[in-house]
Design a binder for this molecule. Sequence first.
Ligand SMILES: [Zn+2]
Length: 353
Amino acid sequence: MSTYTKLPLSLIAMALSCLMATKAIANDATVAAGAKSKAAVASGPSDDDLSKALLNKINKGSGDIVIRTGDLPAGNPPAQAKPEAKPEAKPKVAKAPPPAKPVEKEPIEVIQWSYMDGPGGPENWGSISKENLACLKGKNQSPININVDRAVKAEMAPLEFLYRPSPLSIIDNGYTVMVNYGEGSNVIAEGRQYRLVQFHFHKPSEEAINGERTDMVAHLVHQHHDGDLLEVSVLMTTKPPATTRRYLWGNEEVKGNSLIQTLWNNVPLVKGKVETPGVMIDVNQLLPANRGFFTYMGSLSTPPCTENVLRYVMKTPIYVSPEQVKNFDRIYPMNARPLQPKGDRLVKESTGN
Ligand SMILES: [Zn+2]
């Protein structure tokens, strides 16, 4: 039995555009616990299926659009061969009512974004899809170089990390290794609470400090219940503590980082597949002992490059072993967006620890 829903066209169009917007969220914004990861979605009609069903309805030219669940393929993963929509047969009636609205077909998106120069490369992220326009036109993009001399030193409330352990849920989404984090871990910044949703890695670090990138970076993506995003960057370095006296060090000095080891041990063999190996992890192990930070207003550093992301970059890197970096390198040798113009943005540096 199909369920019938009668909706005005405008409502459906709105719902569709919302879906599109959500779908576009990638690494830095996968806020729905992996549910939007392209290959991971196995249930429910895909956006494309919804669009097709809607287009079919519109082409039939009725004023009221009725979408039945029967119009949608039953829960096919997008990767699988979709039943090709047959070219719509022209109505034989000579005077068919005109379509409610001229429907422009979306160009089929064939170019996947990538970190390599080329049609899908960082310079073209903003042109390969309308959803990514901020990548091209945005004025507050990430990552940036942080010039320490120019950062405004400020007494700011410390970031409060209220993290607790979570069952490991890990995916190689084709752009990075990402961990979806369980509920109940939050950060409090300027009196606002943001929930830790996921964290993932870039090599080398995307953000630079005084022109230097570190070996890697972990991005911890948080979301306020009103939707606002906050990202904490934890730089990762293989430089042993003795050679970087400027920094204070956590307690993972020589062996490498034990959480990283657990993650690498459990990297899925198959891209796009969420693995839940039944182990607990504690993201506190990714935090440096010194909690000083830089902060500025930036964006997601992956398409759709959404702005108004409150970015924090921890001043102190954590130590990872060269072997740990090498292992990530075997999966993703380079997955960092080029530095973006800082423009007239302010960068603040916390004076406390
Ligand atoms: Zn990131």
